[in-house]
Design a protein around this ligand. Structure first.
Ligand code: SF4
Length: 827
């Protein structure tokens, strides 16, 4: 099925009836919702549906909500800062009445979002002023794990407790049993602080929450030889082929993507840019795209290679780029005389339109026309990363999409992929390891990432949980959790939560009463992003390097501390390499040391609007960044062609020599690949593990995300659960979306209560019959199902992460969260 979303065709081809409304009416509601929040943020609230839905409730509810800002009569001021509720890094302006923050608005003098703001960002004050969802000071657990029963203690007692335990395990030769889980974004100063702390202690077990950015970076290395970040010049593309990216659902840096979308849909670009969405469900992005290609979940790589088949067969690829700048396109012979299959032979033999049609469910003629459209576009760009891109992707799928971009030669071209140099932040000095740390660092990682079996992944939570769950004595004695809520957000079927039961001492640094904090023995609460200074380094997917700072727009409300300062204080209480590695007075010192690299680079701009003279000293620049400025380097194509690729061949590699090297002396099957031979070193399609479980579990569950609900570590502002549609959350019930055909087969109707059962467990939800759902698939909304927090968030819906069980992605070893085998049973 290929659905052309243009005008009459859209009406003719999709006749989606939903509660008596046709799809256009339904989409109209969504459209207004987007317009209100994103398209410049200038449309009045009257155009948005949610105020109407809220009107009844608000009168009653708001009188009782403790965190609703009640503006005092006082002088109005405005403070500029940044939002950190997702990796998007939007600029915000906080309106204050006296000392009370009363409103958050988007900044028009910030290049990321240029005035727009999403619903989560708008609700930031509900997270700030909400004692029910925040920790008011350091806490020690007094009830059962998960009960949320804590007792407030002093910072001295809390830090003494932690320092004593760390010292004990270091002195007893077990520093490697101290583990950190970190949700801070890659390259942020906090992520360096946490990684440094763990290393200085003597442990290799620093674990970062994986995301699609990591998958993209792995593919940067495997095919381009650079360590990224690779970014996309979306604004100058004329054909966006999105493989599942929720462009209107919070993908990448949402403020930037929405601004791009606005320019695509308004004169003079209107009707000149084509947006094609490959996704099995009629998401908001698919519904608003020019064309929707509903490929079966997990078959995106096959579709990308099917398009490559047509492009190669019709010789529609960029011959100059492919012949001069790539390796492994044609069959080749190694220096030892071995012949190898090239990418062209592989896709011509294995990815014919008929085979790809069988795999993906897309008709042959649509595959052919899609390939031709893509190849014929002036600046075609293929994007990858499902939903918000918050979770990992599949390496081979990302490679297939990257190969498609290389075929049309849009690397280092306007409207294409930009291979970037790292942002020029200064390095922190090396750690001087003491003997304890040196010995500890010789131990392998608990999660086996970086080993010969998993050479390309940095953190594998499934392996970590398994190691803890299957050991008689947990290999972890202390678990430190920063800026993350893995018990809720990991797509692991609840494994980490079960593993945590076996870990003797868990410390959370969360400001919020989240699920992971509830599993902790000690809580050392951080400030929220509105109460502290911290950096935002290169927001997710932004097309140029950018550095900005959050700042305390209000004084800390409670007895909380910036986790950066807490690490420094803790380090001073420890001995040896830990103490020596953190000589700084406070966290701002560390931020400044790194930011000085920006000044020393002699590049970049420090103001977005106007052209004030650039700073002549670093102090001047730091002051400017601190008062709402930023550092950014908007120049796009900086690399000479000969400097683009840092691979063994010096070219873009369709055939990855890095994967080949990793497979040397290894059977690819041992690395999770089902494919053997040369194909294993190139992008290819592999059957899903879910296929082998079809008997007991005939359906697939696909979780999805929406822009109106936070699904990462930061909780949703409570009002967001009130603006969901009644087929997303009804009182406390989540919904399992199924196609009418699937509903008929299962003999279930709209509103029926069902159990969604996977090999990992079951959750209950009401049925929502939706023609935009693919037959055979059950769609579940992410972001609901909290069991911690207060009454406004707790117990609202279910969390599909609790039953995810899709097996492992070959090569990366990361979870296949987008394809869990399930069955539905009427309750
Ligand atoms: S898109 Fe992300 S950074 Fe921007 S306002 Fe929303 S939550 Fe904040």
């Amino acid at each position: 099925m290929n659905i052309d979303c243009d005008g009459a065709n859209w009406q003719r081809k999709i006749d989606m009836k939903l509660k008596g409304k046709n799809i256009t009416q339904v989409l109209g509601i969504n459209r207004r919702n987007f317009v209100k929040f994103f398209v410049g943020g200038v449309i009045g609230t009257g155009l948005s549906p949610f105020p109407w839905k809220l009107t009844d409730d608000l009168a009653i509810w708001t009188q009782n909500w403790p965190w609703v800002p009640v503006p005092p009569v006082d002088e109005m001021t405005h403070e500029k800062s940044l939002c950190k509720l997702c990796p998007g890094g939007c600029g915000i302006e906080v309106r204050k009445a006296g000392e009370r923050a009363v409103k958050i608005e988007g900044r028009s003098d910030y290049p990321v979002n240029a005035g727009g703001l999403c619903p989560v960002g708008m609700g930031g004050l509900q997270l700030l002023y909400n004692e029910g969802n925040r920790f008011t000071g350091p806490m020690k657990r007094i009830g059962l794990r998960g009960s949320g029963d804590f007792q407030e203690i002093s910072w001295e007692e809390a830090l003494d407790m932690l320092a004593a335990r760390i010292s004990f395990y270091r002195e007893n030769g077990k520093p490697e049993s101290i583990v950190a889980i970190d949700g801070n974004t890659i390259e942020s100063t906090m992520s360096l602080m946490v990684e440094r702390l763990i290393k200085a202690i003597g442990s290799t077990n620093y674990m970062r929450i994986p995301s699609s950015v990591d998958t993209s970076r792995m593919v940067d290395l495997l095919m381009q030889g650079n360590r990224g970040p690779t970014t996309y010049d979306m604004e100058n593309s004329d054909y966006i082929l999105s493989f599942g990216c929720g462009l209107l659902d919070g993908w990448g840096s949402p403020g930037r993507v929405f601004n791009a979308w606005r320019t695509w849909k308004a004169p003079p670009l209107k009707d000149k840019i084509r947006i094609v969405q490959v996704e099995s469900r009629a998401s908001d992005t698919a519904s608003k795209a020019d064309q929707w290609i509903p490929a079966r979940p997990g078959t995106e790589s096959a579709l990308a290679l099917g398009l490559a088949h047509i492009i190669i067969k019709e010789r529609a690829y960029d011959r100059d780029f492919v012949e001069n700048m790539t390796f492994g396109f044609s069959d080749w012979e190694s220096p030892y005389g071995n012949t190898h299959k090239g990418f062209a032979s592989m896709v011509l033999e294995g990815y014919s339109p008929s085979r790809v049609a069988d795999i993906t469910g897309i008709e042959e003629k649509d595959i052919v026309s899609l390939a031709r459209d893509f190849a014929m576009a002036g600046a075609p760009l293929a994007l990858c990363g499902k939903g918000k891109g918050r979770l990992n992707g599949s390496i081979y799928e990302f490679m297939a999409v990257r190969a498609l971009n290389a075929l049309v030669g849009n690397i280092n071209q306007p409207g294409g992929i930009i291979i970037q140099d790292p942002i020029p932040l200064a390095q922190l000095p090396d750690i001087e390891l003491d003997l304890i740390a040196e010995k500890g660092l010789k131990n392998p990682r608990i999660d086996r990432s970086g080993s010969r079996r998993y050479p390309f992944s940095h953190s594998l939570f499934n392996n970590f949980s398994e190691a803890v769950l299957t050991s008689n004595q947990a290999p972890v004695n202390i678990l430190l959790v920063f800026s993350s809520n893995p018990c809720f957000t990991l797509p692991d079927g609840g494994d980490l939560r079960r593993a945590m039961e076996k870990i003797p001492f868990i410390v959370s640094f969360s400001p919020y009463r989240d699920e992971t904090a509830y599993m902790s023995d000690l809580v050392l609460p951080d400030h929220t992003y509105l109460e502290k200074k911290d950096d935002v380094v290169w927001p997710s997917g932004l097309q140029y390097p950018l550095y900005g700072l959050t700042r305390p727009v209000v004084d800390p409300l409670y007895n909380t501390k910036n986790s950066g300062d807490v690490i420094l204080r803790l380090a001073k209480m420890l001995q040896g390499s830990v103490k020596a590695s953190f000589p700084w007075h406070d966290y701002e010192d560390v931020l400044k040391i790194r930011a000085k690299g920006l000044f020393d680079s002699g590049e970049g701009l420090t103001m977005y609007d106007g052209a004030p003279p650039e700073c002549t000293t670093f102090d001047e620049m730091w002051k400017r960044i601190n008062t709402g400025g930023l550092w950014y380097r908007p120049g796009k194509f900086r690399k000479k062609p000969e400097d683009l690729f840092n691979t063994a061949s010096g070219k873009f590699e369709f055939f990855s020599t890095r994967i080949k090297d990793a497979f040397n002396n290894w059977d690819p099957e041992d690395m999770g690949a089902l494919t053997i031979g040369d194909e294993a070193f190139m992008p290819h399609y592999e059957l899903s593990e879910a296929d082998s479980r079809e008997g007991l579990f005939p359906l697939r569950m696909v979780p999805y995300e929406i822009i109106n609900l936070a699904s990462g570590w930061q909780p949703s502002p409570p009002y967001l659960t009130k603006i969901l549609f009644d087929n997303q959350l009804l009182k406390t019930d989540s919904f399992a979306e199924v196609n009418p055909e699937t509903a008929a087969k299962l003999d279930v109707e709209e509103g029926d209560m069902v159990s969604v059962i996977s090999p990992k467990g079951k959750i209950q939800a009401r049925v929502h019959v939706f023609e935009g759902a693919m037959p055979g698939i059950v769609y579940m909304l992410l972001g609901l199902g909290h069991w911690a927090y207060d009454d406004f968030l707790r117990g609202k819906g279910v969390n599909p992460n609790d039953i995810i069980d899709g097996g492992l992605d070959p090569l990366s070893g990361q979870p296949v969260w987008w394809d869990t085998p399930v069955r539905l049973v009427k309750v």
